[in-house]
Every structure is written in C-alpha cells, then in structure tokens.
Design a protein around this ligand. Structure first.
Ligand code: TIU
Length: 223
C-alpha cells in the first residue's frame, strides 16, 4: 500500500501503514466507568467518553487496512507482587488498588473493571499488553512485538492524555518510534491538562510527536 500523509501539527505527517501500529492506551472500565480507579481518585469519568467514538473510527479504518492494532491495560497481578508500595499507598483515595469495588478489585487483572470497555474491545489476535506502570514500554514486551513487526511509527490514542498516553509517547520517542497522536482519540479528567498535553507533544518541532485528528487519519487511510 501507498504511504499516507495527514495534516498535523507542527507539520504534515507521512507514514507507511505497513510499518505503523495503532496503540490504544488503557480504555478500561476502571478509568472510564463509574466505580473504578479513575473515580476513586476523585475524577469526573464522564469526560473520558469523548474519546470512544473517535477511537472506534480509527480502529475501523486501521483494521480495514490490515494494520497492526495493539491495546494496553494498566493493572496488577492478583497477588500484587508487581505493584509498588509507593503506587498502592499514594494519596487518600476512597478505594485503593486491590480493594473491592463494584467492578471487582480495583486495577487487578482478570477483574471486570480492569478489562477494556465493550465499545473498544480487542479483536481476536490483536495483542493486549498488560502493564504495571503508566508507560506501555516499562516491564512489558511491547517493544519486542513492535521490533518483530518492523514497526517504526505509532498512532496513539487512549486515556489519560497527560498520564499514560504522554508517558507512553515519551517512552516510544526515546526508543526511536515516531508518534502521531489524534487528539480526539485521547481524553483526560482535566480539560486543561488534555489541551496542554497535546500542545506539548508538537512543541519544539514535534519534540515528542505530531498531533492530528482522527478524521484526518481515517480519511488518509481510505484514499
Ligand atoms: N489517573 C490518571 O489520569 N491516569 C491513570 O492513572 N492511568 C492512565 O492514564 N491510564
């Protein structure tokens, strides 16, 4: 297939879909639905729903082109041996990681709340990366999977913009991957942080990546 060029900040961005993966970060019930980790931290989880439809459109276009699609989930082993004390005991949330909530134990693998929301559920065969941290490369096999598939470019969406999306894009950038971020595929509990995070990606001649919108990527993939 041909290369695609999309309007983006700070400049148009060209990518080869065969060397590009779509990476959807942590679209889990624990962050997006009521009663999960996100709400336990005092957040308005409704703001995150804005990213669902754009991610659906991006995934549909990427899958139609046979692109590699990868999903991540933040969470921990049931025995929590992979959860730092410093993370579990941070702050004064209503319920902590590992505590029982309405969707099962908070941020624990295998629990209902830890899983990806039904609207964005992975298709069979799409890698799902379980990560203990905010970044998707830390203590995971993501980089190995990307190198094996000769992936050089990532299209990154998910939640939250300033936390797991930013950390992942920074990690990817330091490993030599180019990142394109459709801003509407990302969301935050904090509108200001979302907006500034997008500006930070593209500042200083794309210091971390290029920022666009989902319809631009979909349009480029379809033509
Ligand atoms: N709290 C918050 O904004 N985010 C997280 O804890 N994890 C992710 O961003 N996935």
């Amino acid at each position: 297939m041909k290369t695609c060029t999309v309007p983006a900040l700070p400049e148009p961005f060209t990518f080869d879909p065969q060397q590009t993966a779509v990476l959807i970060i942590d679209m889990q019930r624990d962050f997006i639905e009521e009663g999960g980790f996100g709400q336990s931290l005092g957040n308005d989880v409704s703001l995150l729903k804005a990213a669902i439809a754009p991610c659906q459109a991006l995934l549909k276009a990427a899958r139609a082109q046979g692109m590699l699609v990868i999903h991540t989930r933040e969470g921990h082993r049931a025995d929590m041996h992979d959860a730092f004390e410093a993370k579990v005991h941070r702050g004064s949330p209503k319920v902590r990681i590992g505590d029982a909530g309405p969707m099962g134990r908070i941020l624990i693998r295998g629990e209902a709340g830890h899983d990806i929301i039904p609207d964005l559920y992975p298709l069979p065969g799409e890698p799902v990366i379980d990560k203990p941290g905010k970044g998707s490369f830390y203590a995971t096999d993501l980089e190995l999977i990307l190198r094996n598939r000769k992936i050089s470019t990532l299209i990154v969406g998910g939640v939250t913009t300033e936390v797991c999306v930013h950390t992942t894009v920074r990690e990817a950038n330091d490993r030599g991957f180019r990142c394109l971020i459709p801003g509407d595929c990302c969301a935050s509990y904090n509108r200001e942080f979302h907006a500034v995070s997008l500006r930070m990606f593209a500042a200083q001649s794309a210091i971390f990546g290029w920022v666009t919108e989902s319809h631009q990527v979909v349009n480029a993939l379809q033509h």
